[in-house]
Design a protein around this ligand. Sequence first.
Ligand SMILES: N[C@@H](CCC(=O)N[C@@H](CS)C(=O)NCC(=O)O)C(=O)O
Length: 206
Amino acid sequence: MIKLYGSPLSSAGRCYWMLEELAVPYEVMPLNLREKEQKSEAFLKINPNGKIPAMIDGDFVLWESMAINSYLAKKFESPLAPKNLQEESLIQQWSLWGLVDFQEPAVSWMIQEFFVPAEHRNQLVIENSKKALPRVLEVLNRGLEGKTFLVGDRFTVADVNLGTVTDILLGLKYDLSAYPHIQRWMTELHSRPAYKKVAQMRQMPK
Ligand SMILES: N[C@@H](CCC(=O)N[C@@H](CS)C(=O)NCC(=O)O)C(=O)O
Protein backbone atom coordinates (compact mmCIF):
# COMPACT_ATOMS: atom_id res chain seq x y z
CA MET A 1 0.00 0.00 0.00
CA ILE A 2 1.16 3.56 -0.71
CA LYS A 3 2.52 5.26 2.41
CA LEU A 4 2.36 9.05 2.59
CA TYR A 5 4.14 11.37 5.01
CA GLY A 6 2.64 14.83 5.55
CA SER A 7 -0.61 16.50 6.54
CA PRO A 8 -3.33 17.51 4.04
CA LEU A 9 -2.75 21.08 5.23
CA SER A 10 0.79 21.05 3.81
CA SER A 11 2.29 20.55 0.35
CA ALA A 12 1.20 16.94 0.83
CA GLY A 13 -2.38 18.19 0.30
CA ARG A 14 -1.98 17.85 -3.47
CA CYS A 15 -0.89 14.20 -3.03
CA TYR A 16 -3.98 13.49 -0.90
CA TRP A 17 -6.06 15.02 -3.69
CA MET A 18 -4.34 12.79 -6.25
CA LEU A 19 -4.77 9.66 -4.11
CA GLU A 20 -8.45 10.45 -3.61
CA GLU A 21 -8.89 11.01 -7.38
CA LEU A 22 -7.31 7.61 -7.97
CA ALA A 23 -9.45 6.04 -5.23
CA VAL A 24 -6.61 3.79 -4.10
CA PRO A 25 -5.95 2.81 -0.48
CA TYR A 26 -3.11 4.64 1.24
CA GLU A 27 -1.62 4.86 4.67
CA VAL A 28 -0.79 8.18 6.32
CA MET A 29 2.48 7.86 8.21
CA PRO A 30 2.82 9.73 11.49
CA LEU A 31 5.39 12.57 11.52
CA ASN A 32 5.37 15.38 14.06
CA LEU A 33 6.62 18.62 12.48
CA ARG A 34 6.42 20.50 15.80
CA GLU A 35 8.89 17.96 17.19
CA LYS A 36 11.01 18.46 14.02
CA GLU A 37 10.74 14.77 13.17
CA GLN A 38 11.21 15.73 9.51
CA LYS A 39 14.83 16.50 10.40
CA SER A 40 15.38 13.23 12.30
CA GLU A 41 18.01 10.77 11.06
CA ALA A 42 15.24 8.23 10.43
CA PHE A 43 13.23 10.59 8.20
CA LEU A 44 16.29 12.03 6.43
CA LYS A 45 16.93 8.48 5.21
CA ILE A 46 13.53 8.72 3.48
CA ASN A 47 13.81 12.36 2.37
CA PRO A 48 17.27 13.91 2.63
CA ASN A 49 15.57 17.26 1.99
CA GLY A 50 13.90 16.99 5.43
CA LYS A 51 10.46 18.08 4.20
CA ILE A 52 7.02 16.66 3.60
CA PRO A 53 5.54 15.10 1.58
CA ALA A 54 7.38 11.86 1.00
CA MET A 55 5.89 8.69 -0.42
CA ILE A 56 6.86 5.05 -0.11
CA ASP A 57 5.59 2.40 -2.50
CA GLY A 58 7.12 -0.95 -1.59
CA ASP A 59 10.86 -0.30 -1.71
CA PHE A 60 10.47 2.82 -3.87
CA VAL A 61 10.80 6.19 -2.12
CA LEU A 62 9.87 9.54 -3.69
CA TRP A 63 9.66 13.13 -2.45
CA GLU A 64 8.53 16.44 -3.98
CA SER A 65 4.75 16.60 -4.14
CA MET A 66 4.43 17.18 -7.90
CA ALA A 67 6.80 14.31 -8.73
CA ILE A 68 4.76 12.09 -6.40
CA ASN A 69 1.56 13.06 -8.24
CA SER A 70 3.05 12.22 -11.64
CA TYR A 71 4.23 8.86 -10.32
CA LEU A 72 0.86 7.98 -8.77
CA ALA A 73 -1.17 8.95 -11.85
CA LYS A 74 1.03 6.80 -14.10
CA LYS A 75 1.37 3.88 -11.71
CA PHE A 76 -2.40 3.53 -11.40
CA GLU A 77 -2.90 4.13 -15.16
CA SER A 78 -5.24 7.01 -14.47
CA PRO A 79 -6.73 9.31 -17.15
CA LEU A 80 -5.03 12.06 -15.10
CA ALA A 81 -1.67 10.77 -16.38
CA PRO A 82 -0.20 11.98 -19.69
CA LYS A 83 -1.21 9.95 -22.75
CA ASN A 84 1.83 10.86 -24.83
CA LEU A 85 5.16 12.72 -24.78
CA GLN A 86 3.55 16.06 -25.62
CA GLU A 87 1.07 15.81 -22.74
CA GLU A 88 3.82 14.68 -20.38
CA SER A 89 5.95 17.68 -21.37
CA LEU A 90 3.04 20.11 -20.99
CA ILE A 91 2.24 18.72 -17.53
CA GLN A 92 5.89 19.19 -16.60
CA GLN A 93 5.92 22.68 -18.08
CA TRP A 94 2.95 23.80 -15.98
CA SER A 95 4.12 22.00 -12.85
CA LEU A 96 7.69 23.36 -12.95
CA TRP A 97 6.42 26.85 -13.71
CA GLY A 98 3.85 26.50 -10.95
CA LEU A 99 6.46 25.57 -8.39
CA VAL A 100 9.10 28.13 -9.34
CA ASP A 101 7.20 31.18 -10.62
CA PHE A 102 3.82 30.85 -8.91
CA GLN A 103 4.15 28.92 -5.65
CA GLU A 104 7.19 30.87 -4.48
CA PRO A 105 5.49 34.29 -4.16
CA ALA A 106 2.21 32.73 -2.96
CA VAL A 107 3.86 30.66 -0.21
CA SER A 108 6.22 33.46 0.87
CA TRP A 109 3.21 35.71 1.46
CA MET A 110 1.24 32.92 3.17
CA ILE A 111 4.10 32.17 5.57
CA GLN A 112 4.33 35.83 6.57
CA GLU A 113 0.57 36.13 6.94
CA PHE A 114 -0.16 32.95 8.88
CA PHE A 115 3.06 31.72 10.49
CA VAL A 116 5.00 34.87 11.44
CA PRO A 117 3.73 36.84 14.44
CA ALA A 118 2.50 40.31 13.40
CA GLU A 119 5.37 42.10 15.16
CA HIS A 120 7.98 40.11 13.17
CA ARG A 121 6.16 40.13 9.84
CA ASN A 122 8.33 41.15 6.88
CA GLN A 123 6.19 43.57 4.87
CA LEU A 124 8.80 43.67 2.10
CA VAL A 125 8.27 39.95 1.43
CA ILE A 126 4.52 40.51 1.26
CA GLU A 127 4.91 43.54 -1.02
CA ASN A 128 7.26 41.61 -3.34
CA SER A 129 4.72 38.79 -3.61
CA LYS A 130 1.92 41.25 -4.31
CA LYS A 131 4.04 42.76 -7.10
CA ALA A 132 4.96 39.38 -8.63
CA LEU A 133 1.53 37.71 -8.59
CA PRO A 134 -0.39 39.74 -11.21
CA ARG A 135 2.06 38.78 -13.98
CA VAL A 136 1.98 35.15 -12.93
CA LEU A 137 -1.81 35.09 -12.76
CA GLU A 138 -1.99 36.66 -16.22
CA VAL A 139 0.10 33.75 -17.55
CA LEU A 140 -2.22 31.17 -15.99
CA ASN A 141 -5.32 33.06 -17.09
CA ARG A 142 -4.08 33.14 -20.70
CA GLY A 143 -3.11 29.47 -20.47
CA LEU A 144 -6.70 28.63 -19.56
CA GLU A 145 -8.36 30.83 -22.16
CA GLY A 146 -10.79 28.77 -24.26
CA LYS A 147 -9.96 25.63 -22.29
CA THR A 148 -11.67 23.74 -19.48
CA PHE A 149 -8.40 22.28 -18.16
CA LEU A 150 -4.70 22.99 -18.59
CA VAL A 151 -3.59 20.00 -20.69
CA GLY A 152 -5.25 17.62 -23.13
CA ASP A 153 -8.81 18.89 -22.75
CA ARG A 154 -9.34 16.75 -19.65
CA PHE A 155 -8.55 16.91 -15.94
CA THR A 156 -4.89 15.91 -15.43
CA VAL A 157 -2.02 16.00 -12.95
CA ALA A 158 -1.36 19.58 -14.13
CA ASP A 159 -4.73 20.73 -12.77
CA VAL A 160 -4.13 19.12 -9.37
CA ASN A 161 -0.63 20.60 -9.16
CA LEU A 162 -1.60 24.11 -10.25
CA GLY A 163 -5.01 24.10 -8.57
CA THR A 164 -3.37 23.58 -5.20
CA VAL A 165 -1.08 26.56 -5.80
CA THR A 166 -4.02 28.77 -6.77
CA ASP A 167 -5.82 27.65 -3.60
CA ILE A 168 -3.09 29.33 -1.53
CA LEU A 169 -4.44 32.64 -2.85
CA LEU A 170 -7.93 31.76 -1.66
CA GLY A 171 -6.51 31.45 1.86
CA LEU A 172 -5.05 34.93 1.39
CA LYS A 173 -8.44 36.23 0.16
CA TYR A 174 -6.73 37.40 -3.04
CA ASP A 175 -9.10 39.12 -5.47
CA LEU A 176 -9.14 36.96 -8.63
CA SER A 177 -11.93 38.86 -10.40
CA ALA A 178 -9.49 40.14 -13.05
CA TYR A 179 -8.80 36.52 -14.07
CA PRO A 180 -12.11 35.03 -15.29
CA HIS A 181 -10.57 31.91 -16.84
CA ILE A 182 -8.84 31.05 -13.57
CA GLN A 183 -12.06 31.60 -11.65
CA ARG A 184 -14.06 29.34 -13.97
CA TRP A 185 -11.34 26.67 -13.81
CA MET A 186 -11.21 26.79 -10.02
CA THR A 187 -14.98 26.37 -9.80
CA GLU A 188 -14.58 23.28 -11.99
CA LEU A 189 -11.79 21.86 -9.80
CA HIS A 190 -13.62 22.57 -6.56
CA SER A 191 -16.67 20.65 -7.74
CA ARG A 192 -14.72 17.37 -7.84
CA PRO A 193 -15.65 14.87 -5.10
CA ALA A 194 -11.98 14.08 -4.39
CA TYR A 195 -11.21 17.78 -3.92
CA LYS A 196 -14.16 18.14 -1.54
CA LYS A 197 -13.04 15.13 0.47
CA VAL A 198 -9.57 16.59 0.99
CA ALA A 199 -11.06 20.01 1.81
CA GLN A 200 -12.99 18.25 4.60
CA MET A 201 -9.78 16.62 5.84
CA ARG A 202 -8.09 20.03 5.93
CA GLN A 203 -10.75 21.29 8.31
CA MET A 204 -10.28 18.42 10.75
CA PRO A 205 -8.23 19.15 13.83
CA LYS A 206 -4.84 17.44 13.62
N1 LIG B 1 8.59 21.70 -3.10
C1 LIG B 1 8.26 20.84 -1.98
C2 LIG B 1 7.91 21.69 -0.77
C3 LIG B 1 7.99 20.90 0.50
C4 LIG B 1 7.79 21.79 1.70
O1 LIG B 1 8.18 22.97 1.71
N2 LIG B 1 7.21 21.20 2.76
C5 LIG B 1 7.00 21.93 3.98
C6 LIG B 1 5.55 21.82 4.44
S1 LIG B 1 4.46 22.55 3.24
C7 LIG B 1 7.86 21.32 5.08
O2 LIG B 1 8.13 20.14 5.07
N3 LIG B 1 8.27 22.16 6.02
C8 LIG B 1 9.01 21.71 7.19
C9 LIG B 1 10.45 22.07 7.12
O3 LIG B 1 10.88 22.70 6.12
O4 LIG B 1 11.16 21.71 8.06
C10 LIG B 1 7.10 19.92 -2.38
O5 LIG B 1 6.23 20.38 -3.13
O6 LIG B 1 7.05 18.77 -1.95
